[in-house]
Write a protein that binds this ligand. Structure first.
Ligand code: AP5
Length: 216
């Protein structure tokens, strides 16, 4: 299965991509996670990316295309992949087409999680993540069992810098300007599946499996 997850910031792409990864046994390739790791490792690319990410702006296409191209050179992606957060611009979508064409592969499905912009601030301002293992929680919708500690490893949860309200507006603007045109781009190719992204995560996951033709 070669899958792309598309949707506004905070629409649940990471939450559902993790579930799909566990179900399908193919890697989740999250460009946001890759860039945050590069920033934590203080690589030149990571430090340059962090400045833009903290402002809610997109990282330049060349940088992101480079890290995705590298990821596709690893053997883990041979069986399939779930791309989470890439592509985000038409230029990135075209680069993905070229990467896949060179490997004689194609996208099976682009899953678009449809969540209205009004719900996004509540979703992102309540998000807390584990800096150690990357687990994602929500203070109200998916709270950790103990205070603000990760259920799996007990590490104190943190709020992402770009989840502060003033950054969220900038991220939503970047989505409307640069990423929204990808919906008609994939619709024209007949690979787009639009799934209503509001409601319990279990129900949304069941709908995604249905759209992939997989029995729950
Ligand atoms: P990235 O990390 O990709 O951020 P994003 O796309 O803005 O998406 P998020 O991770 O914020 O949200 P999500 O859709 O995964 O939602 P989640 O499942 O966590 O990118 C960050 C930055 O990196 C970008 O701004 C940019 O600067 C840079 N970048 C990354 N890729 C790039 C690229 N390709 N090109 C250029 N720049 C790039 O859910 C959100 C919250 O909601 C959680 O708390 C969760 O628990 C909760 N939740 C999930 N599902 C539900 C539900 N059904 N009901 C209620 N709550 C729910």
């Amino acid at each position: 299965m070669n899958i792309v997850m598309l949707g506004r910031p905070g629409s649940g792409k990471g939450t559902q991509a993790t579930r799909l990864m566990e179900r399908l046994g193919v890697p989740q390739l999250s460009t946001g996670d890759m860039l945050r790791k590069a920033a934590a490792d203080k690589t030149p690319l990571g430090l340059a990316a962090k400045k833009l990410m903290d402002q809610g702006q997109l990282v330049p296409d060349e940088m992101v295309i480079g890290i995705v191209d590298d990821a596709f050179r690893t053997p883990e992606t041979a069986k399939g992949f779930i791309l989470d957060g890439f592509p985000r611009t038409l230029k990135q979508a075209e680069a993905l087409d070229a990467i896949l064409a060179a490997k004689k592969r194609a996208l099976d499905k682009v899953l678009f999680l449809d969540v209205p912009a009004e719900l996004i601030v509540e979703r992102l301002s309540g998000r807390r993540s584990c800096p150690k293992d990357g687990s994602v929680y929500h203070l109200v919708n998916a709270p950790p069992k103990r205070d603000t500690l990760c259920d799996k490893c007990g590490t104190p949860l943190v709020q992402r810098d770009d989840d502060k309200p003033e950054r969220i507006t900038a991220r939503l603007d970047a989505y409307d300007r640069d990423t929204a045109p990808l919906r008609p781009y994939y619709e024209k190719r007949g690979v787009l599946a639009v799934v209503h992204g509001v409601g319990p995560a279990d129900g949304i996951f069941a709908e995604l499996l249905l759209r992939l033709g997989i029995k729950d």
